[in-house]
Design a protein. Structure first.
Lengths: 87, 270
């Protein structure tokens, strides 16, 4: 995608869409995790983390499955909101 | 020591048979004795890809069921006498042979050939299991598409479960220009997802269609980019250290000028 496409907000590269869809599909193939269970996992994960870290951005949690040499990794990316510090 | 290598994919139509025919021929060009075996019982194809369909008398099931000797069923290639095809039966189904039959058959072939390449049927059922039963190594063919890579992932798991070691990957029908435009998954995308070793990349090449129409394999055609990619893969299979070339589908001006003089610059190395 060219710089101009990015500037005018053109469509996402279809190769990136393909890769992301594959990663999602493989999570379910390998771990036998349904989309429902995945959503539940994210919700429970954010609930647990929120108990310790109140700034967790529950809606932005990303759970992905990566294939390693010997084992696969279920990787959770948990963004935390930056709140201005009070004096 | 002879080697038995099964070419498989999970998904159909990604180029298993074309890969088997081309790799077999490329190994024969190197002076090796090669048998290619069509293990897709009931859907015989390897014979037509190699242009040997009119020479078939006996087939794999005839050998297994003792109606002929192995030598009677082997068909010599048109160009290389040390390259032989063992065709699949067309009128039977996959239940006509067992995994033990395939192991016995491959052991018989080992005595005569340096390389035995087995063209596996698509799928993950008995036909696929029979095709890998006698194998020492497995090559997996995929295209850079979601469905093909998904099936390849499944097959890799099964090959490892059957203790056939770590399979190696052929990425077939890559279109470098589409990859550059972000319209096709790249080699790195596919490798990152599948996490297996790459043995080669074959570009999409219309000449595969025309050579298959004629019953000739692409490695015999020096102008075919896919053919040159298969020749490189065969050298890697034989243990040579050849860097992976991605043959571009759009020869630049320089290549076109050199091409006019019969010199061909290579594609970009990965």
């Amino acid at each position: 995608m060219s710089f101009l496409d990015t500037l005018f907000g053109k469509r996402e590269r279809s190769s990136d869409i393909a890769r992301d869809r594959l990663l999602t599909v493989l999570v379910h193939d390998r771990v036998k995790l349904t989309p429902d269970m995945m959503e539940q996992l994210k919700a429970e994960l954010s609930a647990v983390i929120a108990r310790y870290v109140p700034s967790v951005d529950a809606g932005a949690i990303e759970v992905t499955l990566l294939r390693g040499e010997a084992v696969d990794h279920l990787k959770a990316d948990i963004p935390l909101r930056r709140t201005p510090q009070k004096l | 020591m002879s080697r038995v290598i099964t070419i498989t994919s999970g998904k159909g139509g990604v180029g298993k048979t074309t890969s088997t025919a081309n790799l077999g021929t490329a190994l024969a060009i190197q002076g090796l004795k090669v048998a290619v075996v069509d293990a897709d019982i009931g859907l015989r194809n390897l014979d037509v890809v190699m242009g040997l369909e009119n020479r078939i008398v006996y087939d794999l099931v005839d050998v297994v069921e003792g109606r002929c000797r192995l030598r009677q069923a082997l068909i010599k290639d048109k160009h290389f006498p040390d390259l032989c095809l063992l065709p699949a039966a067309q009128t039977r189904d996959k239940d006509a042979v067992t995994a033990d039959d395939m192991i016995a058959l491959t052991n018989q072939l080992r005595a005569e050939f340096d390389y035995v390449l087995i063209d596996s049927p698509a799928g993950i059922e008995a036909g696929f299991r029979n095709a890998i039963a006698g194998a020492d190594e497995v090559l997996i063919v995929t295209t850079p598409e979601v469905a093909a890579v998904r099936d390849a992932d499944r097959i890799i798991g099964l090959v490892e479960a059957f203790e056939k070691g770590h399979p190696r990957l052929i990425i077939n029908r890559l279109k470098p220009r589409m990859v550059n435009r972000g319209e096709m998954m790249s080699i790195d995308d596919v490798l990152q997802i599948l996490a297996i070793d790459l043995i080669g990349v074959v570009p999409d090449d219309e000449q595969i269609v025309t050579s298959t129409n004629r019953g000739e394999v692409a490695v015999l055609d020096r102008s075919s980019r896919a053919g040159r990619a298969f020749a490189e893969i065969a050298r890697r299979l034989a243990g040579e250290d050849v860097p992976i070339t991605v043959f571009d589908d759009n020869p630049g001006l320089l290549n076109r000028i050199f091409g006019a003089f019969g010199i061909r610059a290579r594609g970009s190395e990965r």
